[in-house]
Ligand binder design. Sequence first.
Ligand SMILES: *[C@@H]1O[C@H](CO)[C@@H](O)[C@H](O)[C@H]1NC(C)=O
Ligand SMILES: *[C@@H]1O[C@H](CO)[C@@H](O)[C@H](O)[C@H]1NC(C)=O
Ligand SMILES: *[C@@H]1O[C@H](CO)[C@@H](O)[C@H](O)[C@H]1NC(C)=O
Ligand SMILES: *[C@@H]1O[C@H](CO)[C@@H](O)[C@H](O)[C@H]1NC(C)=O
Ligand SMILES: *[C@@H]1O[C@H](CO)[C@@H](O)[C@H](O)[C@H]1NC(C)=O
Length: 748
Amino acid sequence: MLLLNMFLKRHTKSFSLLWLRLLLILLSIASVNGNEQKNFYIVFLGAHTESRGNALDTYLNVLSAVKESFLEAKESMVYSYTKTLNAFAAKLSEDEAKKLSAMDEVLLVFQNQYRQLHTTRSWNFIGLPTTAKRRLKSESDIIVALLDTGFTPESKSFKDDGFGPPPARWKGSCGHYANFSGCNKKIIGAKYFKADGNPDPSDILSPVDADGHGTHTASTVAGNLVPNANLFGLANGTARGAVPSARLAIYKVCWSSSGCADMDILAAFDAAIHDGVDVISISIGGGNPSYVEGSISIGAFHAMRKGIITVASAGNSGPSLGTVTNTAPWIVTVAASGIDRTFRSTVQLGNGKNVSGVGVNCFDPKGKQYPLINGVDAAKDSKDKEDAGFCYEGTLQPNKVKGKLVYCKLGTWGTESVVKGIGGIGTLIESDQYPDVAQIFMAPATIVTSGTGDTITKYIQSTRSPSAVIYKSREMQMQAPFTASFSSRGPNPGSQNVLKPDVAAPGLDILASYTLRKSLTGLKGDTQFSEFILMSGTSMACPHVAGVASYVKSFHPHWTPAAIRSAIITTAKPMSKRVNNEAEFAYGAGQLNPRSAVSPGLVYDMDALGYIQFLCHEGYKGSSLSALVGSPVNCSSLLPGLGHDAINYPTMQLSLESNKGTRVGVFRRTVTNVGPAPTIYNATVRSPKGVEITVKPTSLTFSKTMQKRSFKVVVKATSIGSEKIVSGSLIWRSPRYIVRSPIVINNP
Ligand SMILES: *[C@@H]1O[C@H](CO)[C@@H](O)[C@H](O)[C@H]1NC(C)=O
Ligand SMILES: *[C@@H]1O[C@H](CO)[C@@H](O)[C@H](O)[C@H]1NC(C)=O
Ligand SMILES: *[C@@H]1O[C@H](CO)[C@@H](O)[C@H](O)[C@H]1NC(C)=O
Ligand SMILES: *[C@@H]1O[C@H](CO)[C@@H](O)[C@H](O)[C@H]1NC(C)=O
Ligand SMILES: *[C@@H]1O[C@H](CO)[C@@H](O)[C@H](O)[C@H]1NC(C)=O
């Protein structure tokens, strides 16, 4: 989600909903045609019967059947996805969509929806220092696709000094667009996708990033080394991506005012797969948890079939359980963790007492102390006292605020802009939500806990002329890793049998490149601009994993997406349930561990058929798998997937049924030896209380590299009490490698 901004969005939900409604009303007025409201739909067709060149004609013929004329069909079509998919997008009435779904040639029709976008230190913290072993030649052949808000061509992170020509297999392209004069040898592809035709005055119709989010994520995956990167002196260091020698292909699908449309996302997947990328990083989420509908799930499946790994953000809807998104097993789903640093400000009250708040406040105070007032006492109208306590726009009386710091409860982000806009100095904001996120402010401000808030309120009440001063933020050490409060949690709403998120990576206060086209906060009156910015979100965590997937791929160019994912999962550093009570539902297998991921020892590999067997086992109807597979599947004619979950996944999850006694899950797995041979692996099992876990055989002998061995894990859960989740594990250990699989048992 537009990171940073996602926090803004969350707290201004009512406003944005209002806007959205307005927009929808306007849109529907615009598209009313004989009383019929039209929307964009994506229509999947059966396997290509003719050459791709004729696909467009086929689509138009199909579409013409529900439209008045061929011309009308042509006008209504906004995309034909002919490269790797077999589908098109068009503006249809509900009735036309229904008619299309009933046609024999048509496999699936779904309505377009809009989704939202969901370092320096971070790489050292997780153990990928600049001195880490790299395969530069091979790394420079890796192409990473970013589906995001575009990028900033002027950024130092994307210069191409020292780069050779793009890899020969590259088929992508790069045009000249507004404010963009074309690619270089680092950014080898740049396109934008926006088919809804709605103008977006706050954005640029080009791959150029008007938001900053895409610039940030792209530089985190593969940005060049940029020394002395900092935000007004904070977080100073060398900014860089995981694979600074890799190439970037930019697919802009998210727009400042509308978000990210399914039909545009699908077009970007279609293009990226055709262009020949190796890794897709997508920090976008939301929507239907079904694995067989939705642009990201479908796009990632087609990518997987072409050997391309898709890494996606888990979402920013934590810490509530069951909020994780992008949960298809062919996607690597990334949670956000904190690194060992935070940003805090000291607030000195007029009585000499110091309290502390969190946030990025780049302002050195000019005065020693400023008068302090509670928003409640600055209300414009006595009826508005409650709203004034939140410092909502229009609720404060300017002459009561002028020259003062205002104490507000957190209702919506940007209160410092409201206060500054009417002549105030800044705000002390009280909130217990997201205590770990350092929000950036456009005027002096900091966030204090409700406990500290009480101290401040009492102080204000204790004196006739309360005052305070907020000092510039400083970098502080903290205990890490832990899962960020906002990071979406399992259990996986898409399947009871697949543990999601898969892995945690740094996503809290990450410094990376930004755009000078937007102020730091985007708030009214903000005059702060910087080439680097701190952002927080699973959006920031995702490119860390995409970067490591690229790093692994530079050592093993022929590994499948499943093998790379397995390497990332089984080498993750375990995190602690003492820190995150939701355990694996918060952090998956644990913290990303880049250097170990290169040499996992064993991998849990899979191919497309494996996922289809899994989907059949999950109860998906064969006909519903058509958008993934290209034709309807007959589940009963396939070999059934094995075991409890019918998937060769590197983690295991047994969901209990309510009010039932003992539940037994038999998990069948096959591992491939990707290390040297001969070698022997022995199993170590850790069973939580009330659960018995056994593995058979307990030892695996490999005489060759790439040899496969199968085993069986039996999980017998008698009671886990009222716990939401309990954790066990299976570790395969050889003299050189540790291959760890979390095993979780959860109550529904
Ligand atoms: C884009 O380019 C135009 C003309 O060169 C310029 O006026 C405008 O300010 C630029 N916009 C941005 C956002 O850089
Ligand atoms: C950042 O660090 C470098 C090297 O340690 C130093 O030369 C530079 O002055 C620092 N910049 C800031 C803004 O602190
Ligand atoms: C409060 O913080 C300020 C600024 O960091 C410092 O100068 C002062 O000594 C502190 N006062 C106390 C009582 O700790
Ligand atoms: C699916 O496969 C089964 C077993 O091979 C067969 O009996 C059945 O007729 C097939 N169904 C369809 C719709 O083709
Ligand atoms: C595995 O178990 C065998 C037999 O118990 C033992 O000889 C061997 O040392 C073990 N290997 C490892 C790596 O623990």
